[in-house]
Structure formats: structure tokens, C-alpha cells
Design a protein around this ligand. Structure first.
Ligand code: FAD
Length: 496
């Protein structure tokens, strides 16, 4: 049976496919169907590990020929597990992680399966940086197509704002370029619209001079001092220049960061981390030092850390593969007493591991006019993110409920909208929430028009799906169940 299936898939892929085809039972299959979030337990019918754009074309053609749904795996970090589809063909881009830096032009070409750990060292070798996320194992593909926020956002914008061009494999197998001057509609949709429109096999990105060191100024607070410090943070952050990024992170267990005193590692703590997003030797960089004075910190430290090997890997150990993860994010229009109190209360009582992050936005994020990219809600001043984990599947339902209730209690500060890349499986792809994610019906309708043009059959639907404009299912989609515990039924599948 398996031999037949293998022959059939091999034939569909044609001899030109140079990657690896994995079926259930193959040695590497189990590893390749495992993603970052252990709550996701899906079994593709086959996994095609691609090594080139041509391999991707063959895999898309094969899925079509076999009538299989397909999913695309970049870094496998989406919390909702969209990299995998039950019973379908997973197109795994992990054999496509080459990075080419064109330093003279300030451009970087990164293949579609790159992780941030591939991108950052390659650019750092040339004194350059592409603004991206904060954990090095995250896939560039999912991150950039959904937006891409990170330490450098306030100075250099989102990852998608730094996209110059994309090479895309479309649903019909054509390979096309998208840029501001070529298929501008597709390029617009790729910047924030997710993996709905095709498989990006090459990202061309603008790079900026940066580093090698970053000036980081951190202050640490215990649970008793957290509220006062956050109130000062809420007050000061909106007035900072765009060369300063300032992040608040309420950690259940403080990690062994270079600026955390050894005796505090493992205990709960609030970290306010200020970063100078320019030359660490610039005298103006000293501004970040003063931010360590807010409230009553129990420890303060100013350091210059290597960016690619230091700052970009700082958080890696906190978010390893294989735990049960739940993220919940909210856009906040402000950060008032009630929001701070509820957040601190949940943090001090929460039984699970992880962190709650408050992110002051603004700066370069607002340089791009709202209609110019699919990414939306650029004017939102704050994001609140719960990034939580545990080991025991029996904790899934009660812990998820606790997190959702906590966000519900935040109150009037919560604004409409959500960030596609932080959405969890239980947030669904119903039209109302996705319309909100794209700041209203006009933009969502425009995305659906682009979808109709480039993927009329909704081949790329294993994602936060934007259906084609004439899809009769639109409006009828409902909330998906959470990926379930291993002892229950299999998790959600892609809409069929
Ligand atoms: P995958 O699960 O592989 O893919 C996710 C989606 O993207 C799928 O729908 C897939 O089809 C699509 N996709 C991936 N690659 C391609 C491609 N080349 N072409 C077409 N479609 C593709 N986000 C931020 O903005 N900033 C952060 O700092 C940040 N930190 C994070 C830290 C951790 C530990 C985690 C788990 C997530 C973080 N995220 C962050 C969210 C992250 O951006 C999303 O989870 C993103 O989807 C991950 O991309 P991936 O390629 O690893 O995911």
C-alpha cells in the first residue's frame, strides 16, 4: 500500500523533483511532521522537502494532480500549526535556506525556507541588518508575509516594509516576480496578507547599516514594584524618539540574560529593556540609560551586546520546540490603570510558564500609509501578547480558558484588530475577525480580489484564509477548535 502510494506520488512529482518525499513510516517523517507547538498533532499524507524553486513547482503540481490539499512549512513556528495539513501534502521549504547578501546594493536575497538564524549572521558579516523577529528559529517566510515585528521595528519598520521583491510559485505552477513595479497587487497582498497567494521561494529585502553591537539598557522589578514601573513605562514610551525601542516583559521565570543577576534567575520578574536602534557609539545613545531609572528597579544594567549572535538569540532558550504553547495577543488603544492591574494580577497568579509582553509601537511602523500594504492597524500604539506554555495536555482547556478570560478583563483599552502571526487556532478564520484584522471590509475585499486573481481555486488555504472574492463559503466560516490534546481527536484541519 505504502509502496503504491510512494510510486504514485513519485510519478506525480516527476523525475525533476530533487528533494525528498516522506510518507508515514519513513524515518524522518515523524520529525518533519512535528512543529514548534506540541498542541499541533497532524499527519500529512506526504511531505515534500524541497531544495529549489523547481522542486516547489513540482510539489504544487503534484498536489493538484493528486487532488490533495497542501500546506507550506517555513520555520514551522506558527502557533496555529498551519505548516501542516492532515491528509494533505506538506511542502517543506527547509531545504531552501540560502542567503545572498548584495552589500553594495544594500539588498539581501533569502530563500523561502530561511529562519532568522540564517539571515542575521549573513547580514551581520557585512555590517547590515534586516529588521525581523526576536527568536532566531522563527521562519522568515511566515514572519515576513504576516508583517514581522521585532527589536528594530521602531527605527526600520516591519520585515514586510523592507521587502523589495518576491519570487512566487502560484497555484497553477507559474513562477512570477512581485514587486512595486511588477504585479504590484500581489506584492501589496504579500506584505501582511500571509501565505494566501502563493509560495514565496525568494525574498529580496532591504538591509540597513547596523551593529555589530547594540546598546541595551535593562531594569528589573519584582512583583511588588511591577505596577508602578509599568505605569511609568506607559507614560514615557509614547514620547520616545524612534531610535529607541522599549519593551516590557513580565516573565514567570527570569532567564539567565547577561543583565539578570544570577540570584534572580528562575524567579518572576518584570524586565524593561530599552535598546538604542542605531550606532552604539552615538552620544545620543546615552538616552536609553536614563530609562533604567523609572520606578524602583531592583537591578539595572547597560551593555553593548553583539546583535546577531547575542540579542537575536537572547530569547531562544525560553521558547524551545515541543512544549504546549498558547499565545493570545490584543491591540491596545492605551495602557491605563485597569489594563496594567489585570495584566500584573494574571502574571503573579498564572500557573503556566512563559511571559506577557507589552510592546510600544509607533515610529517607522507609521511611515507606511495604511492603504499601502495588507498589514493593518499601523496606528495602534500598544500590543499586549501572552506567550505561555506548559507540558501536560490535561492543562490545555483550563489554561487556555484562563488566558482568554484574562484578556477579556483588560477592559476598555482593547481595540479592534489582531496580528495574523500571533493568532491561535481557536481564533478561527471567520469573516468578522479577519475583516477586523485587516482594518475593515474595504481592505479585506481588496485582498479577496487579489486572491481571486492569483489563486482562484483557494489552493493556498491552510493559513489564515482569505477566500477568493466569489467563494460561496465566505461568511460561513466558523471558529476552528483548538488543536487537541494527544488523548483526544485529531486537531483542526484546513477548510475544505
Ligand atoms: P510556519 O508554521 O512554517 O508557517 C506559517 C504560515 O506561513 C503558514 O500558513 C505557511 O503556509 C506560511 N508560509 C511560511 N513560509 C512561507 C513561504 N515561503 N511562502 C508562502 N507561505 C509561507 N512574529 C513577529 O512578527 N515577531 C516576532 O518577534 C515573533 N516572535 C516569535 C517567536 C516565537 C517563539 C514564535 C513561535 C513565533 C513568533 N512570531 C513572531 C510569530 C511568527 O511570525 C509566526 O508564527 C510565523 O507564522 C512563523 O513563520 P514560520 O515560517 O516559522 O511558520
Amino acid at each position: 500500500m505504502k509502496a503504491d502510494r510512494m510510486r504514485q506520488m513519485r510519478a506525480a512529482l516527476t523525475p525533476e523533483f530533487c528533494g525528498r518525499l516522506l510518507l508515514p513510516g519513513d524515518g524522518d517523517y515523524e520529525r518533519r511532521r512535528t512543529v514548534w507547538n506540541a498542541m499541533v498533532d497532524r499527519r500529512p499524507a506526504a511531505i515534500a522537502v524541497c531544495t529549489s524553486t523547481l522542486d516547489v513547482v513540482r510539489a504544487v503540481d503534484a498536489a493538484r494532480a493528486e487532488g490533495l490539499p497542501l500546506s507550506v512549512r517555513g520555520g514551522g513556528h506558527s502557533v496555529s500549526g498551519h505548516a501542516l495539513c492532515d491528509g494533505g501534502l506538506t511542502i517543506d521549504l527547509s531545504g531552501m535556506r540560502r542567503v545572498t547578501v548584495r552589500a553594495g546594493q544594500g539588498l539581501v536575497e533569502a530563500e523561502g525556507g530561511c529562519r532568522l538564524a540564517d539571515l542575521d549572521p549573513a547580514t551581520a558579516a557585512h555590517g547590515l541588518v534586516v529588521p525581523a523577529g526576536t527568536v532566531s528559529e522563527t521562519g522568515l517566510g511566515g514572519l515576513a508575509l504576516g508583517g514581522g515585528t521585532g527589536w528594530l521595528t521602531r527605527s526600520y519598520g516591519l520585515t514586510c516594509d523592507n521587502l523589495v521583491a518576491c519570487e512566487v510559485v502560484l497555484a497553477d505552477g507559474r513562477v512570477v516576480e512581485a514587486s512595486a513595479t511588477e504585479r504590484a497587487d500581489l506584492f501589496w497582498a504579500l506584505r501582511g496578507g500571509g501565505g494566501n497567494f502563493g509560495i514565496v521561494t525568494r525574498f529580496t529585502l532591504r538591509a540597513h547599516r547596523f551593529g555589530p553591537g547594540m546598546l541595551v539598557a535593562a531594569s528589573l522589578y519584582g512583583p511588588e514594584e511591577a505596577h508602578e514601573a509599568l505605569a511609568a513605562y506607559a507614560d514615557l514610551a509614547p514620547g520616545l524618539p524612534r531610535q529607541i525601542g522599549w519593551h516590557a516583559s513580565l516573565k514567570k521565570r527570569l532567564p539567565a540574560y547577561p543583565f539578570v543577576p544570577a540570584e534572580r534567575v528562575g524567579s518572576p520578574g518584570l524586565l524593561l529593556i530599552a535598546m538604542w536602534l542605531g550606532d552604539a557609539a552615538d552620544p545620543a545613545a546615552a538616552q536609553v540609560r536614563s530609562l533604567t531609572q523609572v520606578g524602583r528597579p531592583s537591578a539595572q544594567e547597560c551593555l553593548v551586546l553583539p546583535f546577531a549572535d547575542g540579542v537575536q538569540r537572547l530569547m531562544d532558550a525560553e521558547f524551545p520546540d515541543g512544549q504546549r504553547y498558547y499565545t493570545k495577543a490584543a491591540h491596545l488603544r492605551g495602557l491605563d490603570e485597569e489594563a496594567i492591574s489585570e495584566t500584573v494580577r494574571f502574571w503573579t497568579e498564572m500557573p503556566m510558564g512563559g511571559e506577557i509582553v507589552l510592546l510600544g509601537l509607533g515610529g517607522a511602523l507609521r511611515d507606511v500609509p495604511e492603504p499601502d500594504s495588507a498589514f493593518s492597524h499601523r496606528g495602534c500604539p500598544w500590543w499586549l501578547e501572552f506567550l505561555l506554555h506548559w507540558q501536560d495536555p490535561r492543562s490545555d482547556a483550563p489554561y487556555v480558558r484562563q488566558v482568554r478570560e484574562a484578556v477579556g478583563r483588560i477592559g476598555d483599552c482593547v481595540a479592534a484588530g489582531s496580528y495574523l502571526n500571533m493568532r491561535n487556532a481557536d481564533e478561527g478564520d471567520d469573516v468578522r475577525t479577519l475583516t477586523e484584522a485587516y482594518e475593515g471590509p474595504e481592505k479585506y475585499a481588496r485582498l479577496r480580489q487579489v486572491k481571486s486573481r492569483y489563486d482562484p481555486g483557494n489552493t493556498f488555504r491552510c493559513n489564515w484564509n482569505t477566500p477568493p472574492a466569489d467563494d460561496p463559503l465566505s461568511g460561513a466560516r466558523t471558529r476552528q477548535p483548538l488543536p487537541r490534546a494527544a488523548d483526544q481527536d485529531k486537531g483542526d484541519t484546513c477548510p475544505s
